[in-house]
Design a protein around this ligand. Structure first.
Ligand code: ZN
Length: 488
């Protein structure tokens, strides 16, 4: 049991505003009344900008059970003074490539665009081994947790020949050691250079093997429970690294098991050209033909959809993982998030892989989303509360969680606490929630609660020695780069 005492400001669902709520509920999966759940806590309810102030939050088991003024601490409860904090639903990361933490910031591709960047890095990534997957997963999740993220996906699509261990098992082990809620995808690649794709032959698998391993991963790790700590989705990598048959097979297998589907789509203009020349169709049409659209599907990026395609996403309930830092870093373009929200397209936020961000700073990513939409649409392009809605409940819906992403009684206790009584927030506290995006230079959370348990306490990971983690990740990175002949 945990009692969050005297919370300075609680970002409740009522504080997220109507647009964010609409995007979180898009595609016809209605989410209840949407009123703030504060019991006697001065909730504004509805869509007002003010969250709850000076309330206590009681967490029992993995749920938020009471929100109110002056709650008595039950016997045995851990009491956390939250009088300096913005208390918000844990951030949700809908797309990542954890293994890339070992190859970030490589000089040779700091200024490359997507296809050139991939072709260079595949030659390094083909040396990935068991130790690299384990430590990179721990490292990425550690950064995510420390910046307020409680639930993350991952998209691991590289299964180099000779990789012996159960790769998803290494990632799930890292997640449970850190106490993170983890909904990764079992990725895949089946179209290598010899078939006109981008990856080297040694990093792809044949279609039958992919299907068999995907099925085994679902059977072994997927938990369909609404509060699962482990879920699995299937994710053929992209139209330029998998065959059409793999896309179709994955969609059919996912439907058979009731798991979700994910891929990269509409990231660059080069991809449009590739799809038209390889398949005679634009990327989204290809996905429609493969049965790879729907409420159980989300795409990473979604930058280059035209008007008609945005309407298809809205109509089918297909979601988009918006990755602003990666899109800027690779110069891929600006996703039309404003128009997606207005059309009812489901949107989540994501940091993307660490070779194109090159960080797993989840609160920082929310700030990037706020600013980047304004480059495209002007100063009213997106509000802070819309971004916070996308980054919490919006992402949770995309990953298949219904009662996660709000501070509300009965909802899952995934919560981040940020101290705003610091220099960088002084003068900004007329609107404490927006201050997290408009101000600040240190995105570290003080405390992070996942499934009712502390995963970050007083700015330190509970489930790992941070220095040991840093040294191991850096050691394995050095070994991986040396194997590929990259000097450091
Ligand atoms: Zn990606």
């Amino acid at each position: 049991m945990i009692l969050l005492k005297d919370c300075f400001y609680v970002l409740s669902s009522g504080a997220l505003g109507p647009s964010a709520d609409a995007s979180a509920r898009g595609g016809g999966e209605a989410a209840g009344a949407g009123a703030a759940g504060g019991a006697g806590g001065g909730s504004s309810g509805g869509s007002g900008p003010d969250g709850l102030r000076s309330v206590d939050i009681l967490i029992e088991g993995n749920r938020i059970t009471r929100i109110g003024k002056s709650l008595a601490a039950p016997a045995g409860a851990k009491v956390i003074d939250a009088s300096r904090h913005v208390v918000m639903p844990g951030l949700v990361n809908t797309h990542h490539h954890f293994y890339q933490t070992l190859t970030r910031n490589l000089a040779a591709v700091q200024d490359a665009k997507l296809f050139d960047w991939l072709v260079y890095l595949y030659e390094v990534w083909k040396g990935l081994d068991e130790e690299a997957v384990y430590w990179s997963s721990r490292l990425a999740m550690a950064e995510l947790l420390k910046t307020g993220c409680t639930l993350s996906s991952d998209h691991h699509y590289l299964y180099p020949k000779g990789f012996k261990d159960d790769l998803p098992g290494l990632q799930f082990a890292a997640a449970s050691e850190l106490g993170m809620r983890f909904a990764p995808t079992r990725g895949s690649m089946s179209r290598s250079k010899k078939d006109g794709g981008l990856p080297p032959d040694s990093t792809v698998q044949d279609e039958d093997r992919i299907l068999a391993e995907c099925e085994a991963t679902i059977q072994k790790y997927h938990n369909p429970a609404p509060d699962a700590m482990r879920k699995v989705a299937l994710a053929p990598c992209s139209p330029f690294s998998v065959s059409e048959r793999s896309m179709r097979d994955s969609a059919e297998l996912a439907r058979r098991y009731g798991v979700r589907l994910h891929t990269h789509l509409a990231e660059t203009a080069d991809e449009d050209e590739f799809c038209i020349s390889m398949y005679g169709r634009r990327p989204l049409r290809l996905m429609e033909d493969c049965g790879f659209v729907g409420q159980d599907v989300w795409y990473a990026h979604g930058i280059h959809f035209d008007d008609e395609e945005l309407d298809i996403l809205a109509r089918t309930g297909t979601g988009v993982a918006h990755c602003p830092s990666s899109n800027m870093r690779l110069g891929s373009g600006v996703a039309r998030v404003r128009e997606m929200i207005d059309r009812g397209v489901r949107v989540g936020l994501a940091v993307d892989g660490s070779a194109s961000n090159d960080s797993s700073d989840m609160l920082g990513e929310a700030r990037q989303a706020l600013l980047l939409q304004r480059v495209r649409y002007g100063s009213a392009g997106i509000t802070a509360r819309e971004v916070l809605g996308i980054a919490t409940e919006g992402g949770a819906r995309i990953l298949g969680y219904e009662k996660l992403g709000r501070i509300e009684e009965g909802w899952i206790a995934d919560i981040a606490l940020f101290d705003v009584m610091k220099l960088e927030y002084a003068g900004s506290l007329s609107d404490p929630a927006a201050a997290l995006l408009f101000c600040g230079y240190d995105h570290g959370a003080d405390h992070v609660i996942v499934d009712g348990k502390l995963a970050v306490e007083s700015r330190r990971l509970v489930g790992a020695d941070e220095e040991e983690l840093r040294m191991n990740a850096d050691r394995v990175s050095k070994r991986l780069l040396e194997k590929a002949g990259v000097t450091r």
